[in-house]
Design a protein around this ligand. Structure first.
Ligand code: BES
Ligand code: ZN
Length: 549
């Protein structure tokens, strides 16, 4: 039972979608149809999720009715069909303010010549661009015809063949993805490549050169990559996330193009979702830690294999410290892995708890049973539940049947905070951070250095290390946060420039929050946000609207 969907998949369950959509940049709408093929398991109407959709007609149905809209869930679409029917076709159009779409004008792209559109369906935004059973407990195959203006290319998280897209592996709705823009392509390896605006292609191909090695690393540990190709798509800077694991086509922020491959843990992360998340999927958003905790664990295992233990441990320590920092500000009920999201927007569960506490639990189990047994267990787990959506209870049952461990699982999953006996990460490279020799320092060391300054002399640090001019988005975001905290005036123009050019929520949230703490900062935040808001994604607008006022 998914509290974030009106659908009743135990009665009627969608199996396949066939999309036919026109991309209208002038009116900023998608319009067309979706044919839904379904199984009727027991008596009941077909109930679909929608948000802000206009339903024009439903073919092959007796009647249809759009119910009242809930602010978080959208509106249910009830379709009544003849008894032996197994398909309907819904004709619809989206709203220009659809929460799952961002329509960018040409000036918001790198090339500044063509408009851009992309979708972001997780967690419950697919319903704002397709009427469907929008729950991760239902998986569908799909085909799609996308009609775009002359000169613009459509890409989807799907295979592309003779003018249409096809996804043969069943996927949950939150993984259905589309982007349209002036896109070029560069191959990276035999089954991987990158799509980006032409001016970014060289930089992207250079940054992601280790992708093939990462795929091989996961396969060696956890079994074959089951999705055919693995490509990346570099989005414009307003993309509200770091990355999104759309199957066959990871969406990424351009802010990870640092030039030195120092931020590619994000590629490892999104690639890892091809096993944890896309293959074995959280059945509800309360089970989100099954997606993200497993993925962070796999991400660090990939980093270890491709870049060595020191790098993986630095990332683990950084994550562990950020977890503590964030958890301190969360209510106890949000410090648990299996979270109660009834009556809440599932986005509210997207804290570092499912990510870092989840990964720490797996690390702790690994230490308790030994790496060899744990890897064999995980490999079998991905195989056993492949292409299924599962609950935390199902994971626990499977774990108890296959591994003997003294880790207090129940406590980890249902109690707030970090239980005693956690496998705490430790980094020698960080322990040496106060030595004056900083030659060859990694981005991770710089981040740790900045985060552990007690009473930094900002001007002094800036003079020595030019942080205000850093071209590394993670280092810059950390530095600008400290600049706001300490009211370091020389960095303020950069704060404004950063907030008006980047829409990645992870960077925006702490910066606006820090600004809002003083009257002067608040004035600055309001002023900056007024300029920046039109360029942000609807999801980021929602987040910052609630903070800046
Ligand atoms: N699946 C998430 C992004 C997401 C989560 C979108 C919940 C909407 C709702 C993706 O895999 C992710 O975790 N991205 C992180 C980066 C990662 C390296 C921690 C991000 O965007 O910051
Ligand atoms: Zn993730």
């Amino acid at each position: 039972m998914d509290v974030h969907s009106y659908s009743r998949p135990s009665q009627v369950r969608a199996r396949h979608l066939d999309l036919d959509l026109n991309v209208n940049f002038d009116r900023k709408v998608l319009e067309g149809s979706v044919e839904i093929h379904f199984d009727t398991l027991s008596a009941g109407d077909l109930l679909l999720d929608t948000r802000g959709l206009t339903i024009h007609s439903v073919e092959h149905a007796d009647s249809f009715e759009l119910g009242p809209a809930d602010p978080a869930l959208g509106a249910p679409l009830r379709i009544v069909t003849a008894v032996d029917t197994d398909w309907v076709r819904v004709y619809y159009s989206t709203s220009p303010s659809a929460s799952g779409l961002q329509w960018l004008d040409a000036p918001q792209t790198a090339g500044r010549e063509h408009p851009f559109l992309y979708t972001q369906s997780q967690a419950i935004h697919a319903r704002s661009w397709i009427p469907l059973q929008d729950t991760p407990g239902v998986r569908v195959t799909f085909t799609a015809k996308i009609h775009t203006p002359e000169g613009l290319r459509a890409v989807m998280g799907a295979a592309s063949e003779d003018g249409q897209f096809r996804m043969e592996q069943p996927v949950p709705s939150y993984l259905i993805a589309l982007a349209v823009g002036d896109l070029g392509f560069r191959g990276l390896g035999p089954r991987s490549g990158v799509y980006a605006e032409p001016s970014l292609l060289d930089a992207a191909a250079h940054e992601f050169a280790d992708t093939e090695a990462m795929i091989a690393a996961v396969e060696a540990m956890y079994g074959p990559y089951r999705w055919g190709r693995y490509d990346l798509l570099v989005l414009p800077p307003s993309f509200p996330f770091g990355g999104m694991e759309n199957p066959r086509l990871t969406f990424t922020t351009p802010t990870i193009l640092a030039g030195d491959r120092s931020l590619v843990s994000l590629v490892a992360h999104e690639l890892a979702h091809s096993w944890s998340g896309n293959l074995v999927t959280n059945a509800t958003w309360s089970d989100f830690w099954l997606n993200e905790g497993f993925t962070v664990y796999l991400e660090r295992r990939i980093l270890e294999k491709v870049y060595g233990t020191a790098r993986a441990e630095m990332e683990a320590v950084l994550g562990r410290r950020e977890l503590d920092r964030e958890m301190a500000g969360l209510p106890e009920s949000d410090r648990v892995l299996h979270i109660d999201l009834n009556g809440r927007d599932p986005d509210e569960g997207c804290t570092l708890v499912p990510y870092e506490k989840g990964a720490l639990l797996l690390r702790t189990i690994e230490r308790s049973v030994g790496r060899e047994r744990f890897d064999a267990f995980l490999k079998a787990y991905f195989d056993h539940f492949a292409f299924q959506s599962i609950t935390t209870a199902q994971f626990l049952e499977y774990l108890r049947a296959h591994l003997e461990t003294d880790v207090p699982l129940e406590e980890w999953i249902t109690q707030p905070g970090i239980p005693a006996g956690a496998a705490e990460p430790q980094s020698d490279a960080f322990d040496r951070i106060d030595s004056p020799d900083r030659t060859g320092w990694s981005t991770q060391q710089w981040l740790h250095f900045l985060r552990t300054r007690k009473d930094p002399d900002m001007a002094d640090l800036d003079r020595a290390f030019q942080f205000t001019a850093s071209g590394n988005s993670e280092i810059l975001a950390q530095w600008l946060l400290m600049a706001v905290q300490r009211n370091y005036q020389p960095a303020m123009p950069k704060v404004e420039q950063f907030l008006t050019s980047v829409g990645r929520r992870k960077f925006l949230k702490p910066l606006y929050a820090e600004l809002m703490k003083t009257p002067e900062g608040r004035r600055r935040a309001i002023d900056i946000y007024e300029k920046a808001r039109p360029g942000y994604h609807p999801i980021a607008q929602g987040t910052i609207d609630a903070m800046v006022k």
